[in-house]
Write a protein that binds this ligand. Structure first.
Ligand code: DAH
Length: 340
């Protein structure tokens, strides 16, 4: 009997099993109720006591070798405990994974990029940790300007000053240092200010900066570009108005309002009953800024603008609380399902 079992151990190792059907045949042949192992264990009862120990040992070896072949098959890729099959069943229903949604700020950022790329603007991004030169000095901020104060800006190091950029205007400088006019680009990105978090303000938010520098660029070009943008973003009936303002890096400077797209200009609580909503700052690039970037301000002029993506998204989708953008609450995010 010992010799018979020894032969079977060799045989079991040589059997080829490559499909689930072959595995099942193997299992029944060896482990089945009337299979080889059952037969041998029956015979084992009649083995004389003196041989029991040795025969029992190799019989157990055979049992283990059979089980090892079955286990090896289960561990093959694509097989699971319940379905030890290598030939994958492609008709089985899959575990459904819900597709995610784009974040509303990404949706609107992409829309802004789309609108400006249709009139030839390229897109650039740059660093969020900036030095004083690119965030303030090259943009003509005087030494004592309040934005340079710790209360407004997150400084990482002092002397030399390194801070989280407070606006995307820093990318204007980086772009003009690297490129010669004509320049027509927008710069989307994240910015940081030491603000108290509320429904209308956050210490992290997003802007898109625009810059156009060339010979003979005038305020008319600025106004026409912004009107085009407002109509594309909020609809064809949208009107714009420019109010004089002040920024150190533009002269003259303005702030642009769009007619309220919620009440159509009649007056509501979103536009505080004025019919207008402010969406961006803009102006003609200050000659000192061009010169700081080695662009001859006698030959070239330019315009620039900067808008907050949160503000535009809130207006467009009638969102009342800016904090919703940062909470990752699925009840909010799921409302943008299918919007691209
Ligand atoms: N950097 C300004 C801010 O964060 C926005 C701005 C205003 C950008 C006027 C410009 C501009 O490019 O010309 O408030």
């Amino acid at each position: 009997m010992k010799e018979k079992i020894q032969n079977l151990i060799e045989e079991v190792q040589l059997v080829s099993i490559s499909t689930a059907v072959e595995l099942e045949q193997f299992r029944i042949h060896y482990q089945g109720r009337k299979g080889i192992l059952a037969g041998l264990f029956g015979e084992f009862k009649r083995v004389p006591p003196a041989q029991k120990k040795e025969t029992g040992k190799i019989l157990n070896d055979l049992k283990m070798v059979v089980q090892a072949r079955i286990d090896a098959f289960i561990q093959e890729p694509g097989a699971t405990e319940e379905t030890p099959f290598t030939d994958l069943d492609l008709t089985r229903p899959v575990t459904y994974m819900e597709p995610g949604t784009r974040h509303p700020l990404s949706i609107v950022r992409n829309q802004i990029i789309g609108i400006f790329s249709r009139i030839g603007y390229t897109v650039a991004e740059d660093r969020e940790i900036e030095d004083d030169w690119h965030n303030f000095s090259a943009l003509n901020f005087p030494e004592e300007h309040p934005a340079r104060d710790m209360q407004d800006t997150f400084f990482i190091e002092k002397n030399p000053d390194i801070a989280l950029r407070t606006h995307t205007s820093s990318v204007q400088i980086r772009t003009m240092e690297k490129n010669k006019p004509p320049i027509r680009s927008i710069f989307p990105g994240r910015v940081f200010r030491n603000e108290v978090i509320s429904a209308r303000a956050h210490c992290i938010f997003h802007q898109v900066e625009g810059l156009s520098v060339d010979k003979d660029v005038s305020f008319r070009d600025l106004k026409q570009t912004l009107l085009y943008f407002a109509k594309e973003m909020f609809g064809d009936d949208t009107r714009i108005r420019l109010r004089p303002s002040y920024f150190p890096f533009t002269e003259p400077s303005g702030e642009m309002d769009v007619s309220c797209n919620i009440c159509g200009g009649k007056g509501c609580n979103i536009c505080k009953y004025t019919g207008w909503v402010e969406i961006l700052g803009c102006g003609m690039v200050h000659p000192a800024v061009l010169e700081n970037c080695n662009i001859d301000s006698e030959i070239y002029t330019g315009f620039a603008f900067g808008m907050g993506i949160e503000r535009i998204t809130m207006l467009k989708y009638q969102i009342k609380d800016l904090r919703l953008f940062f909470e990752n609450d699925l009840r909010f995010l799921n409302q943008f399902r299918g919007v691209f």
